[in-house]
Design a protein around this ligand. Structure first.
Ligand code: SIN
Length: 282
């Protein structure tokens, strides 16, 4: 079989579609190398027609590194590394905000693998934004101001207590997760550990404040950055079809799941690959 992947960019800054690949089966070293190279360049890759099982998705994600087990999201039966995002009227989505996955831990995920399992007849698109493009669009004096600053990331900003009170077990699980994940700091500008590129690394989902600034200064700068990163120029938008897979570099991107499909149901499966401790290197 010809192992050359067909990579078609979906825009100048972020996103590409990959063809001539079967992600349900183990990738050869040559395919993996091409895929990873494309991922670093385009930051999020999409493939159509990949009817992947939870066990296959775990194996695919594990090719990139150790997997994270989410502290509160439900998982696929027998495959605890696969999060099930099953949203409908009785379980409305909580990811219709710009966020980078799981930045509330010391080593936030490097990569995530998302598979579409059940889609509404229309709507439910996901958008990704490039933190690299957002960083590069800032003026030099503003980049200098941000360089070296640290921001706080807090589990409870997105996972609020009131959402986890349906049963005593659910509430207990949330309390345990909160205790295990106290607020922590990451650099506001992060250097990609492989490409060396700089990227903006604050996100509306989890970032609460910039350390060392007054409350008003911190709020004003974070507000600006949260808005800045969502400029359409830095984005790609994916219209899901059944059995699509998206794989993104979580170190330098944020995403937003459009919540325009209720009362219809949408089911996605996600695997999340642990990364390294974010750092800045000038
Ligand atoms: C996520 O927020 O990680 C999943 C995005 C989606 O459901 O489209």
């Amino acid at each position: 079989m010809n192992e050359r992947l067909i990579i078609t960019p979906l825009g100048p800054y972020i996103g590409a579609q990959v063809e001539n690949i079967d992600l349900t089966r183990p990738l050869s070293d040559a395919q993996f190398e091409q895929f990873y190279h494309a991922l670093l360049k385009h930051q999020v890759l999409f493939a159509r027609n990949q009817p992947i099982t939870p066990a296959q998705q775990r194996a695919l994600a594990a090719r990139f590194g150790d997997l994270h087990i989410h502290p509160v999201y439900p998982h696929a039966p027998d495959v605890e590394e696969i999060i099930v995002l099953d949203t409908h009227d009785d379980n409305p989505p909580d990811n219709d905000n710009w966020h980078t996955d799981v930045t509330f831990i010391e080593t936030p995920p490097a990569i995530a693998v998302l598979a579409s399992k059940h889609l509404p007849t229309t709507g439910g698109d996901t958008l990704w934004a490039s933190g690299i493009a957002a960083y590069e669009a800032l003026s030099e004096p503003f980049r200098q101001l941000l360089t070296g600053l640290q921001a706080e990331h807090d589990f409870t900003k997105s996972f609020q207590e009131f959402k986890y009170r349906k049963t005593p077990e659910e509430h207990q699980q949330w309390q345990k997760a909160k205790e295990k994940n106290p607020p922590l700091l990451h650099p506001v500008i992060r250097t990609h550990p492989v490409s060396g590129k700089q990227a903006l690394f604050v996100n509306e989902g989890f970032t609460t404040r910039i350390v060392g600034l007054s409350e008003k200064e911190s709020a004003a700068i974070l507000n600006f950055l949260f808005n800045h990163v969502t400029k359409p120029e830095f984005q790609v938008r994916w219209r899901w079809q059944q059995d699509d897979i998206a794989i993104w570099d979580n170190r330098v991107t944020q995403h937003y799941a459009n919540a325009d499909y209720l009362p219809q149901r949408r089911i996605m499966h996600r695997a999340t690959v642990l990364g390294d401790k974010p750092f800045y290197k000038g």
